[in-house]
Design a binder for this molecule. Structure first.
Ligand SMILES: Cc1ncc(COP(=O)(O)O)c(C=O)c1O
Length: 400
């Protein structure tokens, strides 16, 4: 039977590859297994999440609209305005915001909305960092574009340098994914980097998708967002964020990955097309969950407490790992990106001898131009509470 084979070139998803790698290996008996493989926060979300869902139970009998509710879009726009000190009215909730059921699906669907058949008579290109959130690659090839993976390794400060690409590539580019703070390396783009990136997108007329889902987990200065970089470039209410969308999520900020709630905000023409695409194939957030999401975007106290929990874990990580495996404390996010020489061998040994599940960096990157920026690394997600994290890190140093 003929089937869509575009994803064949991408291969199995990274966590399927990890399952296959560890298949048949038993963790040591007598040690509680600890999964540091998945970026799934295990801190408790605030109690008002569940209370709001319960209070809004009437909404279960209604189909939610693709564009969400006025109050949810306003809560999101207000959060962006407060967080990035934007001029009032810059992010118009009516035309520039769509709540989504987690940003994973939005990052995927945005490529379907944005990628044309061709650009300048040639095959369109989608840029992404390497290593990268795996959805970017699946989205690019499913949308029929040529993915171009741009190294984000130590040499590059762990962020991709899109401006250094040949003009031939930039002129075919229709969409660029960018992630700051970066998963897995935790690097944060400066305001200048962000401004240059937006200027590049406008000069070559492509869409910049700024994946900001780790923006609230930082350990120094708060990361710059695409919206505030647009303002620094002179954007004003009425036609702001052209060629740019920002995505953010409650999964990391509010430790609510199961709520499946995030948003896309930016370029109104793109948002219009994205909403139309979702009219045909989207799953908008249910109304009780959207009400809970609005409450979460409107509260910062729980976010400050959440950030402090991660900071304490990085302090422990520094004590245990400093000087080993190229350890550095990242500027943002909740990962460790450790250079262990052979990521697959390390992942196998850590599961069999330490009962700790980690993912080889190789599964989060691809070889491109003879370079594999994930090879040799493992990624650890510090998503558990402090004592479990400390236990896992001690076990890891013992085994490695
Ligand atoms: C870089 C990055 N972007 C987006 C997501 C998607 O998050 P969600 O779908 O929970 O909003 C993740 C999840 O781990 C991520 O690491």
């Amino acid at each position: 039977m003929p089937l869509n084979n575009r994803l064949d070139s991408v291969g199995d998803y990274s966590f399927d590859r990890l399952r296959a790698l560890l298949h048949g290996i038993e963790p040591p008996s007598g040690l509680m297994p600890i999964a540091l493989s998945l970026g799934e926060p295990q801190h408790s979300p605030p109690a008002f999440l569940a209370e709001t869902v319960k209070r809004e139970a009437d909404g279960w009998s209604k189909y939610p609209s693709v564009r969400g509710t006025d109050s949810a879009r306003t809560a999101i726009s207000d959060w962006l305005t407060r967080r990035y000190n934007l001029p009032a009215g810059l992010v118009d909730p009516g035309s520039m915001v769509v709540p989504v059921s987690g940003t994973r699906e939005a990052l995927f669907m945005i490529a379907l909305a944005a990628v044309p058949e061709e650009k300048n008579g040639q095959k369109p290109v989608v840029l992404m960092p390497n290593p990268f959130y795996q959805v970017y690659l699946g989205a690019a090839v499913t949308a029929g574009a040529e993915p171009v993976l741009v190294p984000a390794d130590r040499e590059n400060g762990f962020l991709p340098k899109y401006a250094a690409l040949p003009h031939e590539v930039l002129d075919r580019t229709v969409l660029a994914y960018y992630c700051s703070p970066a998963n897995p390396q935790g690097a944060i783009a400066t305001m200048d980097t962000m401004k240059n990136l937006i200027a590049l997108a406008r000069a070559h007329d492509f869409l910049l998708v700024s994946d900001e889902c780790y923006s609230e987990l930082y350990y120094g200065a708060a990361p710059t967002g695409a919206a505030e970089a647009c303002v620094a470039l002179g954007d004003e209410p009425g036609n702001a964020m052209q060629n740019v969308v920002a995505m953010n999520s409650l999964s990391k900020r509010s430790s609510a990955p199961g709520l499946r709630s995030g948003f896309v905000a930016g370029d109104s023409e793109l948002i219009r097309r994205f909403a139309r695409l979702r009219d045909y194939g989207g799953a908008p957030p249910p109304l009780p969950l959207l009400a809970a999401a609005s409450a979460l975007w409107s509260d910062e106290e729980h976010v400050i407490a959440n950030r402090a929990l991660y900071a304490a874990k990085y302090k422990a990580a520094e004590e245990i790992l400093d000087g080993k495996y190229g350890y550095y404390t990242p500027e943002g996010g909740f990962y460790l990106w450790l250079d262990v020489g052979d990521g697959e061998a390390a992942a196998r040994a850590l599961w069999s001898d330490a009962g700790v599940r980690v993912i080889p960096g190789e599964y989060l990157a691809r070889e491109a131009d003879g370079r594999h920026p994930g090879a040799g690394y493992i990624r650890l997600a510090l998503v558990h509470e402090l004592e479990i994290t400390r236990d896992a890190l001690m076990r890891i140093t013992k085994v490695l």
